[in-house]
Design a protein around this ligand. Structure first.
Ligand SMILES: C[S@@+](CC[C@H](N)C(=O)[O-])C[C@H]1O[C@@H](n2cnc3c(N)ncnc32)[C@H](O)[C@@H]1O
Length: 372
């Protein structure tokens, strides 16, 4: 009212409609005011489970506006991967990252479910984070990690594990009760060779039990090394160093647990010449007592713990290349336990790597050597 009174303008913004109600009204105008309010695209998916998930329409508007096909689009907080899925659809290249394991897994399944999605790789930055943590916790600022800092790192991990440091040995760093302890480095996966050396040292010292603590593991080694150690009279336990170790508060409180790696078993069949097929046989999550009751009550068989599994038919100790994959979706909760057959072009020896992602978003891999 004040506006009408002061400007002496009438009939602007609102007027009476033909039926007598008040309606919004703008007088015809040759110019269009540019504004930043987009009221013609949907912004949120409005899903209950991911409350802030953006609508693809919104990302389509942004990506088409600001980039060309083949440009690189990045979302460093990618959540469930809407930006990446839209970038892929619009023929852009993309990079996504997220803190959350589960977000990464949802994104992976979403992209795999898209028709003609180009190949992509899921990488883990954990090593860089751990190196940084080691540097600031035990090292001197901006200096390479010294022997003293490495010693402090080992002592710190051993203390959290409840073991005592031992000195003068090559591959064994501590002792807990009757078990010898080997601690993996922060910046490299624990390798088969490294474990074999520690087992060898146990054999020499007539020690019958070995705990290996690791942040990451050479893929697919578990069943093999545990069996080989057993053959040599050493009971081997592989334990995961948890991320919480890097959180000062959790470490101070001693609130850190080292879990055994999950157990995965698969059978390899050769249905015809140069062809192999994988069947999952068993998957065991250790420390099942820590799984929340509401999850455990829904699980009636081992395969219920698996959300996704994939096979690399020719693993070469580097990146996992997904050759065959299956996973549960919201609509279809079933999961095949046998892969499609795979026929190699050339006869030869290959390493088949089977990777499982469980319903908690953790990876477990197991390797099998085949000759076709
Ligand atoms: C609202 S969601 C992202 C939604 C997504 N960008 C989209 O367009 O639909 C925010 C995400 O940021 C992640 N996040 C939070 N802090 C982070 C950090 N420091 N580094 C990486 N990701 C982070 C969370 O895990 C979460 O998945």
């Amino acid at each position: 009212m004040a506006y009408w009174r002061d400007t002496d303008k009438k009939f602007e913004f609102i007027r009476k409609s033909a039926t007598g109600t008040v309606e919004n009204w703008f007088s015809p105008n040759d110019d269009k005011i540019g504004d930043t309010v987009w009221d013609d695209v949907k912004t949120y998916e409005n899903r209950k489970d991911y409350a802030t998930q953006k609508h693809e329409q919104l990302l389509t508007r942004v990506i088409e506006w600001l980039s060309q096909p083949n440009d690189l689009v990045a979302d460093f907080f990618c959540g469930s991967g809407t930006t990446l899925a839209v970038a892929e659809k619009l023929d852009r290249r993309w990079i996504g990252c997220d803190l959350g394991r589960w977000g990464i897994h949802i994104t992976r399944k979403r992209l795999l479910g898209m028709e003609n999605c180009k190949p992509f790789d899921v990488l883990n930055l954990g090593r860089y984070e751990r190196q940084y943590w080691q540097g600031v916790t035990f090292g001197k600022k901006d200096k390479p990690v010294t022997e003293q800092a490495l010693y402090e790192y080992l002592a710190f991990i051993l203390k959290l594990h409840g073991s005592q440091p031992v000195t003068g040995l090559s591959h064994l760093h501590g002792k807990k009760g009757k078990a010898m302890v080997h601690v993996g480095a922060v910046d490299a996966p624990v390798t088969i060779g490294e474990i074999e050396s520690a087992v060898e040292e146990c054999v020499k010292l007539k020690q019958k039990e070995l705990h290996v603590l690791g942040w990451e593991w050479e893929m697919g080694l578990q069943n093999l090394v545990v069996q080989e150690a057993k053959n040599r009279g050493v009971k081997l336990l592989l334990l995961q160093i948890p991320r919480e170790v890097m959180e000062q508060q959790a470490a101070d409180k001693g609130d850190v647990r080292f879990f055994e790696l999950a157990y995965l078993e698969a059978a390899i069949r050769k249905p015809k010449k140069r062809t192999v097929q994988v069947t999952l046989k068993d998957f065991v999550i250790p420390n099942a007592e820590l799984i929340p009751d509401e999850v455990r009550n829904k699980v009636s068989k081992w395969s219920d713990y698996i959300d996704y599994w994939a096979v690399d038919w020719d693993f070469r100790n580097d990146t996992f290349m997904q050759g065959w994959v299956t996973y549960r979706t919201r609509k279809d909760r079933t999961l095949a336990l046998t892969s499609d057959p795979h026929t190699y072009e050339e006869p030869g020896k290959y390493r088949v790597l089977v990777k499982v992602i469980d319903i908690f978003g953790n990876d477990t891999s197991q390797g099998y050597d085949v000759e076709v």
